[in-house]
Design a protein around this ligand. Structure first.
Ligand code: PMP
Length: 292
């Protein structure tokens, strides 16, 4: 079945949702995006995603031609037009059509599109068994060069890391920052549990400030778990009691083996299960309603 896509002010069938080969999003990765999820007739943490989108665009000096309130309506209306209450949403703003040079001044208007597709949930076995990861040689982008806080269309850094994981036959990779401290996975943030405390790298370690990350920190604090945002090394990962990843698509996914070392008992731990339950409860009630 053909989806209805929002593209530059219009809702069109997916066959008609095409952008120019001169679009700088395609030519240079010049643009920003969000991956968002709808659960139970609500768009989870929509205002947090939109804030990150507009802040990322501002840093790139990319002017989004519609207001944040209008963008919220675009997301909700795209879901309505596709009759979706549970979905994965991709919202993209590119620099727009320009010439073959990279100068953004040659692109008079940003391209905006929104795709809402039904979501394939990860199989429950993945949560039961947990993932294996390796640490890859590709370091996370240096903040002064291509700030990981900006959720730009330039994902080559993460794709290099994903290729290394693929070649090693594991589903995910740990990326270190320039100093060798743990930053994040290729498309998810990373948490450890050690002696009952939750530990995650701070934003200045050079990572994307995940919406799921922030939600998990808040849920943990609400249930009295101490959360520390601090730098740590692979040694801390290997010797943690639990390790898990967070992200919009993955939600919370346990990681039970890193670089051949078992993490804790080698099975998803109690703190993980407790937080996943709380997270799933939160997804039922957070965010604006799609169909009144
Ligand atoms: N880090 C990276 C590099 C990502 O691409 C993502 C996914 N957007 C995340 C972390 C997790 O962020 P969020 O929880 O906002 O999906």
């Amino acid at each position: 079945m053909s989806l209805i896509i929002y593209l530059d002010g219009k809702y069109v069938p997916e066959e008609e949702a095409v952008v120019s080969v001169f679009d700088h999003g395609l030519l240079y990765g010049d643009g920003v995006f969000e991956g968002i999820r709808a659960y139970n007739n609500r768009v989870f943490k929509l205002s947090e995603h939109l804030e990150r989108l507009y802040e990322s665009a501002h840093t790139l000096a990319l002017v989004i031609p519609i207001s944040i309130e209008e963008m919220q309506e675009v997301v909700l209306e795209t879901l309505r037009r596709n009759n979706l209450r549970d979905a994965y949403i991709r919202l993209v703003v590119t620099r727009g059509k320009g010439d073959l040079g990279l100068d953004p001044r040659k692109c008079p208007r940003a391209t905006v599109f929104c795709i809402a597709a039904s979501i394939q949930l990860y199989p429950e076995e993945l949560y039961e068994q947990g993932l294996e990861m390796i640490t890859v040689a590709t370091r996370r982008n240096l903040s002064e060069a291509c700030n990981p806080r900006v959720k730009s269309l330039n994902y080559l850094n993460n794709i290099y890391a994903k290729i290394e994981a693929n070649l090693a036959g594991v589903p995910e990779a740990i990326m270190l920052n320039q100093e060798g401290y743990v930053a994040e996975a290729t498309g998810d943030n990373l948490f450890l549990v050690k002696k009952g405390k939750l530990i995650t790298p701070p934003i200045h370690a050079g990572l994307l400030e995940g919406v799921t990350r922030n939600a998990v920190i808040e849920l943990a604090r609400n249930k009295g778990i101490v959360v520390e945002e601090k730098m740590f090394t692979r040694h801390d990962v290997y010797n943690a009691d639990e390790c898990f990843l967070t992200g919009t698509a993955a939600e919370l996914i346990p990681c039970v083996r890193v670089d051949g070392r078992a993490i804790g008992s080698g099975k998803p731990g109690e703190v993980f299960w407790g937080l996943l339950k709380d997270f799933r409860e939160l997804t039922k009630v957070d965010g604006p309603v799609i169909f009144e």
